[in-house]
Structure formats: structure tokens, C-alpha cells
Design a protein around this ligand. Structure first.
Ligand code: LMR
Length: 328
């Protein structure tokens, strides 16, 4: 360990502290932006780290840097191409510089729930998308679930018109910009690590995210309430540098990929539960959670769905049809 890494390991509190790598071990730095606990990605990353370090001891060593301590999502893919980090799991919304295919996942009301997202990802079309950035040097290894997004602001959001004139933080995705504009909001792209401060200081009025992110980063504490819209999804692509992956000995690569796949299976089946627990934790902490009647929700669908038309050439009508067939 370098002095910096040692200092970082010491400064990381619960979870996330990594094992010291021995000389000769292949070091896999995994940089991500969320909490380590009570979070689908954080838990999966810690499990992956533990399994690699237990089962591949002497060959490979993983160091997980959570909470944007190493890179935020806007920098991590560049760092990966430079060889400074080997693994990341940015949300599917954060690949715009590399592919337009993932825009499918940002289209509002595309998937009715996380099971539909899972089925699409497992389909031939979904699996082919893992390989869509090979020419740009990136290889998708797996999809990790977070869950469905909810809306929050510093005023109650019951109908889309309540969002008119409000400033919303969005991830770095043009689809999400268009979605917020469709409800009369004024969207602002911003790194995840800056959202809490921006909400607290009124730089933005609202945001959209999953229960586990709204709970984990305490957004609910600086919002009027959270409205259960389930209008979109945040899922992740576990991604690596293709040259790095191809440079591994075949048996090492196979063992590593097997562990990634097993962790994916184990943790994806728990993601909905982790989010439900986060929702309950928000309520227990005194956060306001608002449900919509079917009529109210339909108004959000009507307001947001025209965004599909804008991006259908990027995504491809066949891909949209494939996703919709799964939803039926
Ligand atoms: C966000 O930026 O809101 C999310 O992508 C963060 C995350 O990794 O869940």
C-alpha cells in the first residue's frame, strides 16, 4: 500500500476499507459513488471485494473506493481508459459519451418495474448492449440493479404541473434533461456527490433518485417530501477496460468473471428489498412519502412520455418494442 492508500483505508469508516495487496497480485481498483451499506451497489461491491480477496488471494486483489472518494462518475471512465482504475459501476445514464443505446433505460415509464428491467437485460438485445462500447475500449461485464426512481422537491409534487418552474438536478443524461423539461422544470446536470449540498442551499429545488440513494445521501432531509412515482430506473453497468481484461491469463479471467456473475445473481435478487427497507427508513426518520392515485400517476405518464419520440432514433424502435413486449 502507498502512503495515500493507507491514509484512505484508515479514513474509511464502516466497510470499504480494503485489504492490503501483496506484491505480485493483480490490483483491481473499483471506484464508485454510493454508500457501502443499505445500498444495492454498495453491498454488491463489498461482496465482490470480499470474494475476490478470499478466493483469488495471491493472484488478484480488489480495493473498493466508495462514496466518490477516488473519482466521480464523470471522471471514472476516462480514468479507466488511462489504466488508473480497473472496475466501475456507473449508472446506465452516464455513458452518453460512449454510446446512445443506453438511452433506452432513461426513457420515462419504459419499464413497469425492476423485474421488467431484469428480463430485458437478460434478453439477447440486453446482453448485446454489454458489448456496445468495445470499440471505445470498454467492456460491460454485468448489469447491477438499483431500482425505480422517485421524485422529490422542496414543495409537494402531486401533479406534473407542481414541477413547473422548479430546478431539478439530473444525472449527466440528455434524456433526463428532456424529461424534466417536459414537466416544465429546469434541469441541471450535476455529480451525485454534489446533490445534497445543492438541495440544502437551494441551488436546485428537487431531484429524482431511488429510495436507497434518497435515504443513503439524506436527500429527504432537505426536501419537502418524496413522491412515489416509479417513473424510471437507475441501474448500473459493471464495466472494465477491455485491454486490461484481455490481458489477464485465461484462468484468472474466468475465475474473476465467474465471481462477478455470481455476485450479480445474488445481489440483484435482493435489490428491491434493499430499496423497500430504505423507503421504510425514510418514513421512520420522519420523512414524508406521498403516494399517487392511478389518475394522478397517469398525468405524469402523459407529461413525460412524449420524450420517447425525441430519442427513438438513438435507441432504435426495435429496442423500444423489445422492452415494451417484456412489460406487457
Ligand atoms: C446518481 O448520480 O444519482 C446515481 O447515478 C448515483 C448512483 O450511482 O446510484
Amino acid at each position: 500500500l502507498t502512503a495515500t492508500a493507507t491514509a484512505m483505508a484508515l479514513s474509511l469508516s464502516a466497510g470499504g476499507a480494503f485489504a492490503a495487496c501483496d506484491d505480485g497480485e493483480i490490483v483491481v481498483k473499483f471506484s464508485h459513488v454510493t454508500n457501502t451499506d443499505k445500498h444495492p451497489k454498495g453491498i454488491a461491491a463489498s461482496l465482490l471485494e470480499q470474494r475476490v480477496n478470499d478466493e483469488m488471494d495471491g493472484t488478484m486483489c480488489m480495493e473498493v473506493y466508495p462514496n466518490s472518494t477516488l473519482y466521480n462518475d464523470n471522471k471514472v471512465l476516462e480514468a479507466m481508459l488511462q489504466g488508473d482504475v480497473q472496475l466501475a459501476a456507473p449508472s446506465l445514464s452516464k455513458f452518453e459519451q460512449f454510446t446512445k443505446q443506453f438511452r433506452l433505460f432513461d426513457l420515462p415509464f419504459m419499464f413497469k418495474d425492476i423485474e421488467a428491467v431484469d428480463a430485458f437485460q437478460a434478453s439477447e438485445t440486453g446482453q448485446a448492449m454489454l458489448d456496445s462500447m468495445q470499440r471505445r475500449g470498454l467492456q460491460g461485464l454485468a448489469y447491477w440493479h438499483n431500482g425505480m426512481k422517485q421524485m422529490s422537491a422542496n414543495v409537494p409534487l402531486i401533479e406534473p404541473s407542481d414541477a413547473e418552474g422548479l430546478k431539478f438536478r439530473v444525472q449527466s443524461s440528455d434524456v433526463l434533461v428532456a424529461q424534466m423539461e417536459a414537466i416544465g422544470g429546469s434541469p441541471q446536470k450535476m455529480a451525485f456527490s454534489e446533490v445534497y449540498g445543492a438541495l440544502q442551499q437551494g441551488v436546485v429545488d428537487g431531484q429524482e433518485n431511488t429510495w436507497s440513494n434518497i435515504y443513503g445521501k439524506k436527500f429527504f432531509e432537505v426536501q419537502d417530501g418524496v413522491t412515489e412515482t416509479n417513473h424510471g430506473v437507475i441501474d448500473y453497468l459493471v464495466v472494465t477496460n477491455i485491454d486490461w481484461l484481455n490481458g489477464l491469463d485465461e484462468d484468472v479471467r474466468e475465475q474473476f468473471l465467474t465471481i462477478v456473475n455470481e455476485v450479480t445473481q445474488t445481489r440483484n435478487s435482493e435489490s428491491a428489498k434493499v430499496n423497500q427497507e430504505a423507503k421504510q427508513a425514510i418514513i421512520d426518520a420522519g420523512g414524508e412519502v406521498r403516494e399517487l392515485t392511478p389518475e394522478q400517476r397517469e398525468k405524469w405518464v402523459e407529461a413525460m412520455k412524449p420524450v420517447w419520440e425525441q430519442f427513438k432514433d438513438d435507441v432504435g424502435q426495435e429496442t423500444i418494442d423489445a422492452a415494451q413486449a417484456i412489460n406487457a
